[in-house]
Design a protein around this ligand. Structure first.
Ligand SMILES: Cc1cc2nc3c(=O)[nH]c(=O)nc-3n(C[C@H](O)[C@H](O)[C@H](O)COP(=O)(O)OP(=O)(O)OC[C@H]3O[C@@H](n4cnc5c(N)ncnc54)[C@H](O)[C@@H]3O)c2cc1C
Ligand SMILES: *[C@@H]1O[C@H](CO)[C@@H](O)[C@H](O)[C@H]1NC(C)=O
Ligand SMILES: *[C@@H]1O[C@H](CO)[C@@H](O)[C@H](O)[C@H]1NC(C)=O
Ligand SMILES: *[C@@H]1O[C@H](CO)[C@@H](O)[C@H](O)[C@H]1NC(C)=O
Ligand SMILES: *[C@@H]1O[C@H](CO)[C@@H](O)[C@H](O)[C@H]1NC(C)=O
Ligand SMILES: *[C@@H]1O[C@H](CO)[C@@H](O)[C@H](O)[C@H]1NC(C)=O
Ligand SMILES: *[C@@H]1O[C@H](CO)[C@@H](O)[C@H](O)[C@H]1NC(C)=O
Ligand SMILES: *[C@@H]1O[C@H](CO)[C@@H](O)[C@H](O)[C@H]1NC(C)=O
Ligand SMILES: *[C@@H]1O[C@H](CO)[C@@H](O)[C@H](O)[C@H]1NC(C)=O
Ligand SMILES: *[C@@H]1O[C@H](CO)[C@@H](O)[C@H](O)[C@H]1NC(C)=O
Ligand SMILES: *[C@@H]1O[C@H](CO)[C@@H](O)[C@H](O)[C@H]1NC(C)=O
Ligand SMILES: *[C@@H]1O[C@H](CO)[C@@H](O)[C@H](O)[C@H]1NC(C)=O
Length: 548
């Protein structure tokens, strides 16, 4: 830390600062750039090499860096506030400097790893309060110890990078996370994180051994020095309320060298309704080695009975930790309604299963493992998403009404996914991690609408779908997945005390009874609410003020 420098070096520092500042950011003398004092502080706290990773809006690369990890084009060119400054640290000490200097200069912080936040909160703000974007893209090293079955990953690593380096170390080790290669491992773990291995090995957050963070004071903490309550909060409670994650140590799990996969599609005319009804209860009770989900979308078909030729297509997608013959027997016995043929199933290596599941629009193509490292390999889709959890099967009438809703939009404009739980997920207490919805859940519902054409209409439509589902999904409170965050559930005030009633509304939707425990952790580690955004966890004292 350089905070105790002698006055002579201060003078030296100012000269260095001025020269690098003018090289990097050519502001006219009259122009006041509010990020200036912040950048000056960074150089003071760190050293002048930090200027190589600081971008002001006047810097030619600012926009490129900003947009590179802006993964939902719905939130590009919006009315949101963009960062005063972007910093892409190359060392942990630079992250510490950013946290300290942002506070000293009354700037808030948004931290971005993969940039897939559903509401763009990791890089933009609905508040009119200047902030620094701390973009972790340069801190993304992954190192795997196959003997110890662990991996240490920098916060900026994507799932694709994590999966790739595990594959390079071993064909039979895996990390139980999600399905889209450019999703950030950090954001995913911070909200819980599920994938094809969830029914056997739990969530990503269940498989975290250690984490390093920078806290509000700029100190580096690990599991031991932060205490178990903060370690708990970071595994599902949304890290951005508590600090900046630097790296994770992960537990790896065993998978067979060869696994079985299939993806078959059925339309309404092919009796899809008679398949989804049993699917709701059967899929969660299959052996834990089976992941069987269903994706639903509106499409055009020449077998449609409607004048507009529209129908709903259901794609049953499966990964099985075992051979194709076994998977065939399991599905044929338990869910004969879907009419699976043995020839629909392929035996593939684990890495192929990851690529085909992970790149899911490319199921029939042939990506290479190296494509997992390419952050531009998958096209970014503009969408608005929501989620629900189902504990009682939806009736036939309810399902038919759902089809009518889906048929209101154009082909390809919506996707719904039912992701069954069960397996080991029934064995977790609600309080095991902040994500509460495991024991007894039949399946999670993910719904999205493409943000194209008349977007006002699209927003109205997804809200009406959400309204339609109310009688069929979890209640008191109606649950939502924090990683599918949705500002329709409410927002904190920009300034001043948090409205606790509002915060509790979305807080209980995401975390149920774990919300109050998260508030307790927040109160201990960030009582003045520095790490704050539209849906961050409020500290207790401020929560109480506006509650009275
Ligand atoms: C196409 C797609 C597929 C998905 N698939 C799955 C899936 O299979 N399973 C699943 O569980 N989820 C899935 N998700 C949801 C995903 O887990 C969340 O969107 C997640 O937040 C993305 O993490 P990120 O690092 O990419 O996002 P970011 O936008 O970078 O961050 C998300 C949140 O985490 C915070 N954050 C990021 N980095 C840090 C850090 N270093 N320190 C502190 N806070 C930080 C941000 O401030 C923000 O609040 C998917 C999302 C998309 C768009
Ligand atoms: C400047 O800081 C970086 C880390 O932030 C460090 O790697 C580098 O050695 C430092 N340079 C000098 C000259 O101190
Ligand atoms: C800033 O812009 C200049 C050109 O205007 C470029 O050379 C430089 O690499 C950019 N980025 C940083 C971090 O300086
Ligand atoms: C954002 O919008 C700009 C201007 O329309 C466009 O050039 C850019 O490609 C967009 N970027 C992303 C990531 O959507
Ligand atoms: C980065 O990861 C590689 C293996 O993937 C490892 O050999 C190397 O030591 C790591 N570097 C750092 C700085 O951790
Ligand atoms: C990997 O883990 C094993 C077993 O825990 C340990 O003995 C070894 O030193 C580790 N290797 C590295 C490179 O850290
Ligand atoms: C749909 O189910 C009905 C009744 O069970 C059956 O007669 C019909 O053949 C099925 N249609 C298709 C396409 O499988
Ligand atoms: C419907 O389309 C499929 C191919 O998409 C084609 O094989 C089939 O013959 C068509 N059926 C009719 C009735 O046109
Ligand atoms: C529906 O399909 C039929 C036959 O494929 C075609 O003649 C007709 O124009 C289509 N209707 C619409 C509204 O696209
Ligand atoms: C399964 O097939 C459907 C229809 O072809 C496709 O849209 C979907 O992306 C595929 N799913 C996977 C996981 O490949
Ligand atoms: C899961 O729920 C069942 C039924 O309510 C209950 O009997 C069981 O104890 C619960 N398990 C855990 C780990 O909470
Ligand atoms: C878009 O949809 C909204 C709501 O359905 C409607 O009021 C508006 O007129 C539409 N705008 C255009 C340009 O069609």
């Amino acid at each position: 830390m350089k905070a105790a420098r002698a006055p002579t070096s201060l003078t030296h520092f100012s000269l260095v600062f001025l020269s690098s500042f003018h090289l990097l950011f050519s502001f006219s003398a009259a122009e006041h750039y509010p990020g200036q004092a912040f950048i000056q502080c960074l150089i003071f706290q760190s050293n002048d090499s930090i200027a190589n990773v600081v971008y002001s809006p006047n810097n030619a690369s600012y926009e490129q860096i900003y947009e590179f990890s802006l993964r939902n084009p719905r939130l590009n060119n919006s009315n949101r506030l963009q960062p005063q400054v972007i910093v892409t640290p190359v060392s942990e000490s630079q992250v510490q400097a950013v946290v300290r200097c942002a506070q000293q200069n009354h700037l808030r912080i948004r931290t971005r790893s993969g940039g897939h936040d559903f509401e763009g909160l990791s890089y933009s703000s609905t508040y009119d309060i200047p902030f620094v974007l701390l973009d972790m893209i340069n801190l993304r090293n992954v190192s795997v110890n196959a003997t110890a079955r662990t991996a240490t990953i920098g916060a900026g690593a994507t799932l694709g990078e994590v999966y790739y380096w595990i594959y390079r170390a071993s064909g039979t080790l895996a990390f139980p996370a999600g399905v889209w290669s450019t999703v950030g491992a950090t954001g995913l773990i911070c909200g819980g994180g599920y994938g094809v291995l969830r029914r056997k090995y739990g969530f990503a957050a269940d498989n975290v051994l250690n984490v390093r963070i920078v806290d509000v004071y700029g100190n580096i903490l690990d599991r031991e020095s932060m205490g178990e309550d903060l370690f708990w909060a970071l595994r599902g409670g949304g890290c951005s309320s508590f600090g900046v994650v630097l790296s994770w140590e992960l537990n790896l799990v065993e998978v067979p060298e060869t696994v079985a996969i299939f993806n078959i599609s059925r339309t309404l005319e092919q009796n899809a309704t008679q398949m989804i009804l049993p699917f709701q209860t059967v899929a969660r009770n299959l052996p834990v080695e089976v992941d069987l989900r269903v994706l639903m979308s509106t499409t055009i078909s020449n077998t449609s009975v409607r004048p507009d030729n529209k129908t709903v297509r259901l794609s049953f997608t499966s990964t099985y930790l075992g051979p194709a013959d076994e998977l065939y027997k399991i599905i044929d016995k338990n869910l004969p309604e879907i009419g699976l043929l043995r020839s629909d199933i392929q035996d593939v290596s684990w890495i192929q299963a990851i690529m085909q599941g992970s790149f899911f629009p490319l199921f029939d193509e042939a990506p290479t493992p190296e494509d997992l490292l390419d952050r531009t390999f998958l096209a970014d889709i503009p969408f608005k998403g929501k989620s629900d959890f189902v504990r009682e099967p939806i009736s036939e009438q309810g399902i038919n009404g759902l089809w009518d809703k889906l048929l209101e939009v154009g082909p390809g404009e919506t996707t719904l996914v039912f992701t069954p739980y069960g397996g080991v997920l029934d064995e977790y207490l609600e309080s095991a991690i902040p994500f509460p919805n495991r024991n007894g859940t039949l399946y999670m519902v993910y719904m999205r609408v493409l943000w194209v054409g008349n977007t006002t209409q699209k927003l109205e439509w997804i809200r009406s779908l959400y309204g339609y589902l109310r009688p069929y999904v979890s209640r008191n409170p109606r649950r939502a997945y924090y990683n599918y965050n949705d500002l329709d559930l409410g927002m904190n005030n920009a300034r001043g005390p948090i409205n606790y009633i509002t915060a509790r509304r979305w807080g209980r939707s995401y975390f149920n009874n774990n919300f109050m425990r998260l508030v307790g952790v927040k109160t201990r580690v960030d009582p003045l609410n520095f790490f704050r955004h539209e849906q961050s966890i409020p500290p207790f004292s401020l929560a109480m003020v506006s509650d009275m």
